[in-house]
Design a protein. Structure first.
Length: 645
């Protein structure tokens, strides 16, 4: 043990502290002893270890725990992400190889390997309650319709790009790779699409393949089937414009393949058959379902985005089929040295060999077993679904310094500090180590949470920006001579485009504001027009009412005048009648004497005017040219019989 270490041990057990005497006793430097004892300086080996590891043991353990949480969420971090985490915690830069060393130090808990992409929607679909409901539904239908394993089927489609090879591990010349002579594994590159409709049964058998080539509908070429042997091979062929299945082809498969090869096992259709498939529109449409219902076929559909867990074909068969096809395609490319292009003529040979190698009874049985359908055991799938459960552990302040307090509260930290102060020097050293690890753990957790929260905030901002419809830069700056030609956007041109974008957006805002102003003015004018129309309508109604009242007044006046004229006429008649009788008598005497007697005729005017006083006969005779006597609307009787003669 070094002299400085002996001196430190002596200070821990001594009752009083005297740095000068202790340094002289153990022959070490007094300043170094003081700084080491006060915690201001580390031992060289501890400093070297800290520099190499960058993080303390507790911080590294917290980082391992954080990686475990991310893995359960389906987002395991990359090596570069781990490096960023460590730099956030340590506040210093770590080397590019530090993540590899970190993984090696904790290889019992974490590891590093290649991962393929996994759709987020599939990750979100991993829900134990949804899967449990699916299994309950399958169990219910099997019991209700007494469906036997030999009548239970799984159907799905798989696409093939004719000449495209999947990712494979190769052995290569290092120098050729370094010199750039080896860019990758050669492949034919033919991207003609061919769809394979597959169907397997729980009795470990499979139906003949149904292949859909890309071509004109209904025109399967004989050259595509040159290597097809109908005596020893069973398959069905069709075509579509895209190479994908369709409503018509889906029903054709249902009638020509599924019903044809499964009807006998269902006692010629008397037993129910269960067909489990995904929700593709080619086999989930009313025409397809109506035909199934009429022929006692129960169709069950997987929950959305769950075929990677629940579909036997996806779990155990399509993967080996793809691998086997790729291997045969690689062998074919190697044999031809890339001199012969791959066409639809060669596809059947490659496909049939891959199908025989992958669609074996063992793989079919594995698919049904791994999806919990045969034997029926939902826990096989449910146990794989991640459950967001955190183990709650009791938090104490014991003197076990191997672990830190988990999620300590302020009260627990105060209790720990008080405990350290009250204990003796030896035990307090243990408590100090526990306090140290706890604080380190808190610091690491805070940094990781800060990093996570920053990422979430950036995600929210990006999500808001993503919802805003973007515009191509060519919308702002493009070739005026030939806008449809290839465009090259240099940094200067991009800057110009961005500036123009800002100007166009400002102009757009001004246009929007102007439109709003114009709209407000239009609404105001419309409102004023409405008020004007209402005012005119009110005036017309007032005028109409005034005319109506005037008309009624005139009508009442005319009625009053008419009544007055009638009364006056009656009075005139009553006053004239005695005189007329007397005149009648006098006229008789005049006739005898040969004299002439004038008659007085009173004519009432038709025009409305004030009443006229009745005049005596003598006064009437003295004024023969009165208005009443000249009224043309009344006939004048002859003055005498002699005049009439």
């Amino acid at each position: 043990m070094a002299a400085i270490d002996k001196a430190l041990e002596f200070l821990k057990t001594s009752g009083s502290i005297n740095y000068a005497a202790t340094a002289k006793k153990f022959e070490c430097d007094e300043t170094t002893l003081r700084r080491r004892h006060q915690g201001k300086q580390r031992a060289r080996r501890d400093a070297d270890s800290l520099y190499k590891s960058r993080l303390s043991k507790q911080q590294e353990q917290d980082l391992v725990t954080y990686i475990r949480k991310l893995s359960l969420r389906g987002i395991p971090p990359t090596l570069s992400m781990i490096r960023n985490f460590a730099q956030d915690i340590a506040k210093i830069e770590v080397g590019k190889n530090w993540p590899y060393s970190f993984v090696q130090r904790h290889r019992n808990e974490i590891d590093c390997t290649w991962f393929d992409g996994f759709d987020i929607v599939r990750r979100r679909a991993d829900n134990a309650s949804r899967y449990r409901a699916y299994f309950n539904l399958i169990r219910e239908k099997i019991d209700k319709y007494d469906i036997l394993p030999q009548n239970t089927y799984n159907m799905d489609e798989k696409g093939f790009l004719l000449g495209v090879i999947n990712r494979t591990k190769r052995v290569f010349d290092v120098n050729a790779k370094r010199q750039g002579k080896l860019l990758g594994a050669s492949q034919d590159g033919n991207r003609s699409w061919i769809t394979f409709l597959a169907c397997i049964c729980q009795d470990m058998t499979s139906l003949p393949p149904f292949l859909i080539y890309q071509g004109k509908p209904g025109q399967v070429q004989d050259t595509w089937l040159t290597d097809f042997d109908p005596e020893h091979q069973s398959a069905f062929f069709s075509t579509s414009e895209t190479g994908w299945t369709s409503h018509e082809l889906g029903k054709e498969w249902l009638i020509g393949v599924f019903d044809r090869f499964t009807k006998a096992k269902a006692r010629n259709g008397r037993d129910y058959r269960l067909l489990i498939t995904d929700g593709h529109s080619s086999h989930i449409n009313m025409d397809f379902l109506d035909w199934c219902d009429a022929h006692r076929i129960i169709v069950a559909v997987f929950p959305p985005h769950s075929t990677h867990r629940l579909q036997p074909l996806d779990v155990s068969l399509f993967g080996p089929l793809s691998t086997a096809y790729t291997n045969r395609l690689v062998q074919w490319t190697s044999k031809t040295q890339g001199l012969t292009g791959l066409s639809k003529r060669e596809f059947w040979v490659l496909f049939w060999g891959a199908l025989e190698a992958s669609f074996t009874p063992e793989n079919i049985a594995s698919g049904w077993r791994r999806t919990g359908l045969k034997p029926f055991d939902p826990d096989v799938v449910l146990s794989q679904v991640s459950k967001n459960t955190d183990d709650d552990s009791d938090v104490g302040i014991g003197l076990d310094d191997s672990i830190a307090l988990q999620e300590p509260t302020a009260r627990e930290l105060r209790r720990l500090v008080d405990h350290v102060v009250k204990q003796s020097s030896v035990s307090s050293d243990t408590g100090a180590r526990k306090l140290k690890r706890t604080l380190e753990s808190l610091q690491a957790e805070v940094e990781l949470l800060r990093h996570e929260n920053q990422g979430l905030r950036e995600t929210i901002i990006r999500e808001k920006q993503r919802r805003q419809r973007g515009k191509a830069l060519k919308d702002y700056i493009f070739d005026r001579v030939d806008p449809n030609s290839a465009q090259v956007f240099s940094p200067q041109k991009i800057a110009q485009a961005r500036q123009k974008k800002i100007e166009m957006e400002a102009q757009k805002e001004e246009e929007v504001l102007q439109k709003r102003t114009e709209k407000a003015l239009r609404q105001k004018r419309v409102e004023e027009q409405k008020q004007l129309v209402l005012e005119r309508k009110r005036q017309r109604e007032e005028k109409r009412e005034r005319k109506r009242r005037e008309k009624e007044t005139k009508q009442l006046e005319r009625e009053a005048n008419r009544q007055l004229r009638i009364e006056m006429k009656k009075q005139n008649q009553r006053s004239i009648q005695p005189k007329h009788q007397a005149r009648q008598n006098g006229s008789d005497g005049l006739e005898e004497n040969g004299g002439i007697q004038d008659e007085i005729i009173v004519v009432l005017p038709t025009v409305t005017q004030p009443p006229v006083l009745f005049k005596p006969p003598n006064e009437a005779l003295s004024t023969p040219n009165t208005k009443a006597s000249t009224t043309p609307s009344h006939k004048t009787r002859p003055k005498s019989r002699d005049a009439s003669r």
